[in-house]
Design a protein around this ligand. Structure first.
Ligand code: SF4
Length: 160
């Protein structure tokens, strides 16, 4: 298992939320420049940065469709079942995972951390869309800014 040496920051979800808001504002401000440079070129620069930084803090698996701000700054891809909406029905009475008993349930952690996030915390109750596996290994920030992460073309949530 990859060592997450900066994961201690997850004890401070309100700080991570603040960091997310600052980074989001920065990327929105840089959008015209990113468009001029070309999103593909920017993505090539960002992918290693995201892989390193988000990997060290969150155990990021580079899904390309980041949901951290809506999941208590806790990566759902670190759930052994890769659940984008959780928890499953197997959480143990002590709040640990049914697949890896010594591991706290990712979704229990996500919920608890979300309670310390005044802006995005309530989004823990939102249903996350299905994961678009075509985005694996791409830059989640570029996908967010371009709308690619939200516009996956996958039809879901509609009922006859
Ligand atoms: S949700 Fe996806 S992009 Fe965000 S930290 Fe997890 S694997 Fe990485």
């Amino acid at each position: 298992m990859r060592r997450r040496w900066l994961s201690v920051l997850q004890r401070y979800p309100h700080l991570l939320e603040w960091g997310y808001r600052v980074t989001l504002a920065m990327f929105r401000g840089l959008r015209p420049l990113m468009a001029r440079l070309g999103y593909n070129r920017v993505a090539r620069l960002l992918v290693p940065v995201e892989r390193w930084s988000k990997g060290a803090i969150f155990g990021c698996q580079m899904c390309g469709q980041c949901t951290l701000h809506a999941t208590g700054m806790t990566c759902p891809m670190t759930c052994p079942k890769n659940l984008r909406n959780g928890p499953c029905g197997g959480v143990r009475p002590n709040g640990h995972c049914e697949v890896i008993p010594e591991m706290p349930c990712v979704w229990v952690q996500a919920y608890e951390r979300s309670q310390h996030m005044p802006i995005f915390g309530p989004e823990i109750r939102h249903i996350q869309p299905p994961l678009d596996h075509r985005l694996a290994g791409t830059s989640a920030w570029v996908n967010l800014i371009t709308g690619r992460a939200q516009d996956t073309g996958i039809v879901w949530g509609e009922h006859e």
